[in-house]
Design a protein. Structure first.
Length: 168
């Protein structure tokens, strides 16, 4: 059996099929969008989705101050959006990093180009070390193209997971 190394862990965890999404968040007049790949449904009743958020991120700060967030998923042909949100976003009326957004009644951004979006109310969060797993109940959602799959990590050159490396 091969020796367990950081590189083995990284390469192996990068192979876990993960949808890519932009997490929309807002608190106290500050907005953000953040690329995320650790997204999964965790319950049917109530309908719950969980997402792993880096504890050092702007999104983490906003999500700990607000009860609501969004998950926005895009077409596999529109993956450039994920690179735009690998760093904190700049908000101007109706736009995050020049991507059009609409604010929900709870003031969290839905991306106008998203093929699927969820608005969620946080019901639980668990700190696991480098990341906190936020669990949200679906309070609204929409799928614009039911027969089209959404982008996942394999549609990009992005890699995220494994163990900390440069920048973590």
């Amino acid at each position: 059996m091969d020796e367990l190394t950081s590189e083995n862990i990284n390469v192996s965890t990068w192979k876990i099929p993960s949808p890519l999404g932009i997490i929309g968040s807002h608190a106290n007049g500050e907005f953000n969008g953040m690329t995320a790949s650790w997204i999964t449904q965790v319950s049917m009743e109530p309908a719950l989705i969980g997402v792993g958020i880096d504890n050092k991120s702007v999104t983490y700060d906003l999500m700990t101050k607000s009860e609501h967030f969004t998950i926005n998923m895009f077409s596999p042909e529109y993956t450039k959006v994920f690179v735009k949100f690998s760093k904190p976003a700049e908000y101007s009326e109706g736009f995050l990093n020049k991507e059009a957004v609409t604010l929900t009644e709870n003031s969290v951004p839905i991306f106008d180009n998203a093929k699927v979006w969820f608005e969620l109310k946080t019901i639980n969060k668990i700190d696991f070390g480098t990341h906190t797993f936020f669990v949200g109940e679906i309070i609204n959602c929409k799928t614009l193209t039911p027969d089209e799959r959404v982008a996942y990590m394999g549609d990009t050159r992005m890699k995220y997971g494994g163990v900390p490396r440069g920048g973590h």
